[in-house]
Design a protein around this ligand. Structure first.
Ligand code: ASP
Length: 320
């Protein structure tokens, strides 16, 4: 497993939620909650990261994650630079590290990285100077740790902290989803009562993965009395042409509609990491309906990224 800790055991990088304890998660969620404001209120800001420089290096498309990491850094007083660079070993491995070392020489203190190739984030983390931290903003199909944390925060806000009482249903393309993997890690660490993996056989993860999850091959079974319903986007970019399900057929079997949602508890919340394919994995009536907390997830994303940047980055010696 990627070593993301300092010798004293504290977190230095955030590459995966695997191995992060419940206490650490609770503390990050508490810190995040302190940065949540209602719409219309002034956004939080302080100077906790004044003098620091953060580089956003995204080689896969992103709207919410990139913007919210950028806002998070700025609202903590850091400089945030969005860089157009190639990182993966599709480009020669050395040139990737050359880029990183050039940026270090320019006094970058942290890198936020999204890449479609597994291992790139850990490779950068293993090669940066000791004072630099690396944050994953989504790695291949493997992990999306800040998404996992914002999902946990959203559930905690709406359902309280007794995760052991909750039935959470993750629905859709679990096989290719980094959101599902990070959700699994965070919810199992928080001791969720039942975590259901709801998907057609072709989109279920391999049998050794998600060992604590309960697999459901029909939406009806997966939704029964669920407290939390999380729909996922079909990750077409991680499939061959032949694997991509037909949108209409998929919606007919696994699309989240108002009548189907009635199988869940009446106070169930509906989540989606976005971008949404309306009419494929979720109907607009549900996405925009009273049970949807999808916009709260976006708002929580900035708060979680503020908390994570602040908790992991250490002030540098030297004056202004
Ligand atoms: N935005 C999320 C991600 O980066 C979900 C998705 O793209 O489907 O994984």
């Amino acid at each position: 497993m990627t070593d993301q800790r300092r010798p004293d055991g504290s977190l230095r990088h955030l590459i995966t939620l695997e191995g992060i304890s419940r206490t650490e998660i609770d503390s990050l969620l508490d810190r995040s909650q302190g940065y949540v404001r209602a719409l219309g209120e002034r956004a939080p800001s302080n100077r906790a990261l004044a003098g620091m420089t953060i580089g956003n290096l995204f080689t896969e498309p992103s709207t919410r994650t990139r913007v919210s990491f950028e806002l998070a850094g700025r609202r903590l007083g850091a400089e945030v630079i969005n860089l157009e660079v190639q990182l993966s070993s599709r480009v020669k491995g050395e040139s990737m590290l050359d880029t990183i070392h050039t940026l270090e020489a320019l006094h970058f203190d942290a890198f936020v990285i999204r890449d479609s190739e597994p291992g790139v984030v850990a490779h950068v983390a293993a090669n940066v100077a000791a004072h630099v931290s690396v944050f994953s903003a989504g790695e291949a199909h493997q992990s999306h740790p800040t998404q996992g944390l914002l999902d946990a925060l959203t559930v905690r806000q709406h359902k309280g902290g007794h995760f052991e009482r909750l039935r959470i249903a993750i629905i859709g393309d679990i096989r290719h989803s980094r959101v599902a993997r990070s959700a699994y890690e965070v919810f199992t660490a928080l001791g969720v009562g039942e975590l259901r993996l709801v998907a057609p056989a072709g989109l279920m993860p391999a049998s050794g993965e998600f060992p604590a999850g309960k697999r459901c091959l029909t939406l009806e079974e997966g939704l029964a009395d669920a407290d939390v319903v999380m729909a996922l986007r079909i990750q077409k970019e991680r499939m061959t042409q032949a694997e991509i399900p037909n949108g209409e057929e998929y919606f007919a079997r696994f699309g989240l509609t108002v009548p189907r949602l009635r199988r869940a508890r009446p106070d169930a919340i509906v989540m989606h990491p976005q971008p949404m394919n309306r009419g494929v994995e979720i109907d607009s009536e549900v996405a925009d309906g009273p049970q949807s907390v999808i916009r709260a997830q976006v708002r929580n994303g900035v708060a979680v990224r503020m908390a994570v940047l602040e908790a992991l980055l250490r002030p540098r010696p030297g004056g202004a």
